[in-house]
Design a binder for this molecule. Structure first.
Ligand code: HEC
Ligand code: HEC
Length: 427
């Protein structure tokens, strides 16, 4: 009897498991510890769940409000020159972003346009969190001189002219236009402010209520915008046993990058959870756009959100005061908030250069390099550990050039679809 086939079979039996083990080690599915698997599971898109309720917006989950909000989001008539819509900067075909270092509306702004998908899961809005709800956020750009440059009386007139049936079906009658000037706002140009001052308190409140309702409809639309699964999620699913798994979804370099992301890169300490953001504010020592007047970020916003007439405790909020605990218990004396900005989601990050609150960083390579160089902050104190420092909350993020490249590769695996989702779950 020829022994060779047996030998070959025996050799295969011996080498196949070894080859399989080597393959598993190289793709990484098998070599994560229990603790690492738990961390990875916490980042999977399926952990997002339904968006939290917004008790301050009674129409937050109303599909008719979302449909109206979508039309408003795309409408350039909501501006001083008839050319600026929310979608001009938050372009749906670009992941609701514009690719510019800072926003460009009627004029050049001072901060970068933020991505909108997943925003229903945020607690504070804008880079500095100066708004406490999505509907109140929407009112900001409408009257900002560098963005839409509109005024609330003009907007109420537009609602009456172009949206009356849909608006009134949701919110009841619009205020009478008779006796209202063409343009007026407490925040506008001097002539608009003077016209606003001429209105009775009842007229002002009626206009403000319709203005707030406009924001509530837009917010109902924005709430539906969600990111979907990326290659990263399919790989994590293979590690953690979630559905739609694909152990080959990431390359070896991307898997090494993932290990760094949740390990010595420390990224996950702020870019946590399924949206890869802790929804909090941090000073990471980025160079200010205007060195002569550095942006104070969160520190300057806390007083503004507390004083905002359109906040959760204000008369246009639908929430009972006890459900506004974020606002009621806001800390106004936290020194870490000086120069701190909101951690952005990293989902789809590769599609939206340049980066950071004022587009100071051109590429993902430069973003990772920033964390390694960890410069001192221009205002406040950077939270990042700095080489050579004596005391600090964190050890420095030390990465070789090859490791930095692996992290960049991982960041590029976070791209997936954006969709309109009924219940604020990922698509
Ligand atoms: C001129 C460009 C521009 C226009 C127009 C614009 N935005 Fe923005 N958007 C920005 C910029 C810039 C920021 C960040 C501003 C800041 O932090 O001060 C931002 C922030 C946001 C955020 C905050 C996201 C977060 O995670 O906190 C939302 C939501 C948003 N915009 C929605 C809207 C809506 C709704 C409209 C229309 C009513 C609109 N934007 C119009 C540029 C624009
Ligand atoms: C201390 C918290 C913290 C840590 C640690 C951290 N980040 Fe960030 N990250 C932030 C904040 C805050 C911003 C926005 C900063 C700003 O614009 O001022 C940001 C922005 C970014 C951006 C730009 C995203 C955009 O849309 O502009 C990228 C990319 C990024 N981080 C990647 C990483 C990577 C990779 C790591 C690990 C090496 C990391 N971050 C570690 C808090 C952190």
């Amino acid at each position: 009897m020829n022994a060779k086939p047996w030998l070959a079979a025996a050799a295969l039996c011996l080498t196949l498991p070894l080859a399989l083990a080597a393959w598993r080690a190289s793709t990484g599915v098998g070599h994560w510890t229990e603790a690492e698997r738990t961390t990875l599971a916490s980042l999977h898109i399926s952990r997002l769940g339904a968006a939290p309720a917004d008790p301050s917006n009674a129409v937050a989950t109303d599909p008719a409000a979302a449909a109206l909000g979508k039309r408003l989001f795309l409408d350039t008539r909501l501006s001083a020159n008839g050319r600026v819509a929310c979608a001009s900067c938050h372009a749906p075909e670009r992941g609701f972003q514009d690719g510019r270092p800072v926003g460009e509306g009627l004029a050049t702004g001072s901060r970068r346009t933020m991505p909108v998908p997943g925003v229903a899961h945020a607690r504070w809005f804008f880079w500095d969190g100066r708004k406490d709800s999505l509907w109140s956020q929407a009112l900001g750009p409408l009257e900002d001189a560098a963005e839409h440059g509109a005024n609330r009386v003009q907007l109420v007139r537009l609602l009456a002219q172009a949206y009356r049936p849909d608006y009134e079906a949701l919110f009841g009658p619009l205020p009478p236009l008779a006796g209202l000037p063409v343009a007026a706002s407490p925040l506008g140009a001097p002539a608009e402010r003077a016209a606003w001052a001429q209105l009775s308190p009842a007229q002002q409140q009626a206009v403000d209520r319709a203005f707030a309702n406009l924001g509530k409809a837009i917010a109902a639309y924005e709430r539906t915008l969600m990111p979907g699964a990326s290659r990263f999620d399919r790989y994590v699913a293979a590690v953690t046993g979630a559905p739609d798994a694909d152990a080959q979804a990431l390359t070896e370099a991307e898997v090494r990058g993932l290990r760094l992301f949740i390990g010595k890169g420390q990224c996950v300490s702020c870019h946590a959870g399924p949206l890869l953001t802790d929804q909090h504010f941090h000073n990471t020592g980025l160079a200010p756009r205007l060195p002569a007047s550095p942006d104070r970020g969160r520190a300057a916003a806390i007083g503004r959100v507390a004083a905002d007439p359109f906040n959760c405790l204000g008369r246009y909020s639908d929430a009972p005061a006890e459900s506004c605990s974020e606002l009621r218990f806001i800390a106004d004396d936290d020194p870490h908030m000086m120069g701190a900005f909101k951690t952005p989601s990293l989902r789809n990050v590769a599609t939206r250069a340049p980066y950071m609150h004022a587009g100071q960083v051109a590429t993902l390579e430069a973003a990772v390099a920033h964390y390694v160089s960890a410069p001192a902050a221009a205002v406040g104190h950077s939270e990042l550990g700095r080489p050579g420092q004596r005391r600090g909350e964190r050890v420095p993020i030390a990465l070789t050039a090859a490791e930095a490249a692996d992290l960049v590769a991982l960041l590029k695996s976070l791209s997936g679809p954006v969709c309109e989702s009924r219940d604020g779950r990922p698509c």
